[in-house]
Write a protein that binds this ligand. Sequence first.
Ligand code: AP5
Length: 217
Amino acid sequence: MAPTYIVMLGPPGAGKGTQAKKLAQKLDLVHVSTGDLFRENLKNETELGQLAQQYMNEGELVPDDVTIRMVEERLSRPDCEEGAVLDGFPRTPAQAKALDDLLKKFGSSVKVVPYIKVADEALVERLSGRWMSPSGRVYHEKYNPPTVKWIDDIDGSQLYQREDDKPATVRHRIEVYNEQTAPLIEYYRDKDLLVEIDGTQSIEEVTEDIMKAVEEA
Ligand code: AP5
C-alpha cells in the first residue's frame, strides 16, 4: 500500500501540533514537525540550529532550500515508510511543490489537508498561554492545563514558554502566515484535498472532525 501523508494546515497557534500528535498516534504514523526539528537542532547546537534560530526568534520563515532539504532527509528515514503527519510543512508554495515532487518519487501523494481555522484574535491568547515540556508535549494554562502548574504530567519536567510566543513576535508570525502560507489554502483546495476544520471547538471535537476528514479522504 502507498504510504499515507497528511498535511496539517493553519495559522500559528491553531492547534496543528496538538492535533498532529494525536493523529499520528491514532493512525500509527510518524509526526514530522519542522518547528520541532529546528528546535531539536538548536538544542543540539548544530549549524542548522544556529541558522534557524535567528529566523525563528524574529518570527520569520527559515529559507526554503534549507527547510526542504531537512524534510527530504527526515521523510527518507525508514520510520516514515508508512507515511507521516506533517505539521508546519509546507509553508510556502515552493515547499508545497517540493513535497509533491518528493512524494511522487515515493510513489505517493498528499492524502488530505485538514485546515484548522481559528480567528487571529484567539491565536495570541492561545500562544501566550502555551506551556511546553522539553519532550514536546503541549499544554495551555487555561485550555489544557497540567495537573500541577508548570510541571509536565508525564515525566515531571519543568514546563517553559517558547521564545517566539511573546505577543509582538506572535503578531508578526501571523502576518508572515497570511502573506506566505495562506496561499496554500487555494493550492490544496484546487487539488480537492482541503477540508476546513473549525479550530475554535474543544481539542477533542477538533480531533473528531479531523479523524472524520481522514477517514472520508
Ligand atoms: P512552528 O513550531 O511550526 O510554529 P507554528 O506553525 O507557528 O505553530 P505553533 O507550534 O506555534 O502552533 P500550533 O498550530 O502547532 O498550535 P499548538 O497545537 O501548539 O514553527 C516555529 C518557527 O519555525 C517558524 O516561525 C519558522 O521560523 C520556523 N519554521 C517551522 N517550519 C518552517 C517551514 N516549513 N518553513 C520555514 N520556516 C519554518 O496549540 C497552541 C496552544 O493552543 C497550545 O497551548 C494548545 O494547548 C492550545 N490549543 C490547541 N488546540 C486548542 C483548542 N481546540 N482549544 C483551546 N486551546 C487549544
